[in-house]
Every structure is written in C-alpha cells, then in structure tokens.
Design a protein around this ligand. Structure first.
Ligand SMILES: Cc1cc2nc3c(=O)[nH]c(=O)nc-3n(C[C@H](O)[C@H](O)[C@H](O)COP(=O)(O)O)c2cc1C
Length: 296
C-alpha cells in the first residue's frame, strides 16, 4: 500500500478537490462510497455548528473515510480541527497560507495533513513545516490561485518529486484514466480532481455551471486576476466575460463576477470555476462512474 493510501485510508488514491464556498455532503459521500476520498470545503466556514452539521450530513451517507480542506487564513481552524478529530477524521488538506503554525496542531490531534502548493519553493517549505504530503497543483487547474507565472502539472509534479520525499498528489488537468495514469508516471502517488467532479450528478454546482463545463472547448477558460490581492481565479469564459474583456474601461473582471448567483440571480455574470480540463469533459455523470472510469 502506498504511503498516500495509508494516510487517506481509502481504496483509490483520488482526492475530491474541495470547492471553496460550495459543499455537497451527497457528493463527498458518493466519492468516498466509490472508494476515493471525499472532501468538505471548510476554508470559508467559521461557525463550529456548521462544521458539525456538514460532517454529520456526510456521515449519515457513508461509513468510509473522508476529509476536509482548511484555508490557513481562516481564524477558526483550531476549533474546526478539534471538531474534525473528534468526528474521527484522519486526514485534512491545508491551502492558502503558511503551514508552519497549523501542522503541530494537526499532529497533536493525531491527524495527518497534506498541504496544497503551486510552486517548488512552497513545496519545500511545507515539508519543513511538517506536511505529511503535498497536493501539487498545476497552472491549468480550476479555481483560485496566485497571479505568479506558475508551472503546469506536467512540469511541476516531477519537479517537486525531485526534491521531496513525502507523497505527492497531482492536481490540475486530470479528468479521466489517461490523466490518472500520467500522474503516477510523473512521480505522484495519487490525484486530486476538481472540475471533473463538479460536472457530476451529485455536484454542488448549479445546472448552468455544469453545462458551462460540458460545453467548454479548447482555450475556453481564463485566469482572471483580482484587483487588490495577488490572487486570480480560473473560470470558464462566458459571453459576459468576453464582452468585458473587449471593453477597455473595465479594470477588473474578477471583482465584478458573481460567485453565488443562486443567491442573487445574476447568472449572466456568474463565475463558473473550472480548469482547462473542462475541454475533456463532455457529459455529466455519476461520481461512481467517474471514479470507475478513472481507475479502469
Ligand atoms: C470553483 C473551485 C473552487 C475551488 N476551491 C478550492 C478550495 O476551497 N480549496 C482548495 O484547496 N482548492 C480549491 N479548488 C481547487 C480544486 O480543489 C482542485 O485542486 C483543482 O480543481 C484541480 O484542478 P482541475 O480543476 O483541473 O481538476 C477549487 C477549484 C474550483 C474549480
């Protein structure tokens, strides 16, 4: 058994990518029931009752292992971690921020932590800070990242593998059995999959979002920088984004996007987060079918 599977405790080394503001206990449980590692996104959750509710909702649907993602700028992480440990969760991932302070807490609670990195330098410092593994995310991935000129999965995964000895999880651009197999050839012990699971039947993505992924073709995503931070979001280019890009008076498209259109009704300007791999996704399938095809 690989070191990564020992950490995760599941059958297949596939982690479901956490999706920022969106949680679907049905999807987390479906991923775990399919033999992979379902993941709650707790990066923006502050209320301990909300954490307990989400964990309970998943637990009602699966007795298999699942985890959670924490963002390191969240001031509630210590409390969240003790709730997760109390609920029997054995492994978490950590993103966006310095891992130095949180890893002693994770280890004192008897858990393992895998840190999400976008560059070699951060991979090295995460290992020094005690990370038990790394999710190495290439620049083609969907969702939030930095505006730095980062490397693609094909370059970054073997590069990090040359310098660290902890297990590596490749992320960015993996949607099917071809990407899954390639990740191992690059030096990873497993994969993290975001966009492909977003276009699943159990996904928290609303209908328009799933359709945007399925209809997205080659070159159909863009990395849009925000105005006041060094962060950027990879989203699917919609007619609204195309219009704004052609308008020289628009300074920052990312800041005008609507990240929760289900609440506001502004679907025209919605942020459909998705990676370049959307071009390979042509249907909405069940999580079980996605995992079965990937490991086939
Ligand atoms: C809309 C969206 C939100 C995301 N939110 C998070 C997050 O909260 N934490 C995190 O570590 N990664 C986040 N990610 C990254 C995914 O977990 C995963 O690493 C990435 O999607 C993998 O690349 P792929 O989309 O090519 O599969 C997000 C991705 C998307 C598309």
């Amino acid at each position: 058994m690989s070191k990564l599977l020992e950490i995760l405790g599941c059958r297949y080394p596939i982690i479901q990518g956490p999706i920022g503001l969106f949680n679907s206990p049905e999807m987390v449980a479906a991923v775990s029931n399919a033999g992979a590692y379902g993941m709650l996104a707790l990066g923006f959750v502050g209320d301990p009752d909300e954490v307990k509710r989400l964990v309970d909702d998943v637990r009602k649907l699966t007795d298999k292992p699942f985890g959670a993602n924490l963002m390191l700028m969240n001031p509630h992480n210590e409390k969240i971690l003790s709730i997760l440990a109390g609920a029997g969760i054995k492994a978490v991932t950590t993103s966006v921020g310095s891992p130095a302070k949180v890893y002693p807490i994770i280890h004192n609670l008897g858990m393992k932590g895998i840190h999400v990195v976008l560059a070699l330098q951060h991979a090295k410092s995460a290992v020094s800070a005690g990370a038990d593994g790394l999710v190495v995310v290439g620049s083609e991935a969907g969702g939030l990242r930095t505006v730095n000129p980062e490397s693609s999965t094909m370059v970054l995964v073997p590069l990090v593998a040359d310098f660290v000895s902890v297990p590596i999880v490749a992320a960015g651009g993996i949607a099917d059995s071809r990407g899954y197999k390639a990740a191992f050839a690059l030096g990873a012990q497993g994969v993290q999959v975001g966009t492909r699971f977003l276009a699943s039947e159990e996904s928290p993505a609303f209908e328009q979002w799933r359709r945007a992924i399925v209809e997205c073709g080659d070159g159909g995503t863009d990395l849009l920088p925000s105005k006041n931070t060094r962060m950027a979001e990879r989203v699917i280019i919609t007619p609204w984004i195309r219009e704004k890009k052609a308008d020289p008076t628009v300074k920052c498209i990312a800041d005008e996007l609507d990240y929760q259109p289900a609440k506001t009704g502004h679907y025209d300007r919605a942020a459909f987060g998705g990676g370049q791999v959307s071009a390979l996704i042509r249907d909405v399938k069940s999580v079980k079918e996605i995992v079965a095809e990937m490991v086939s």
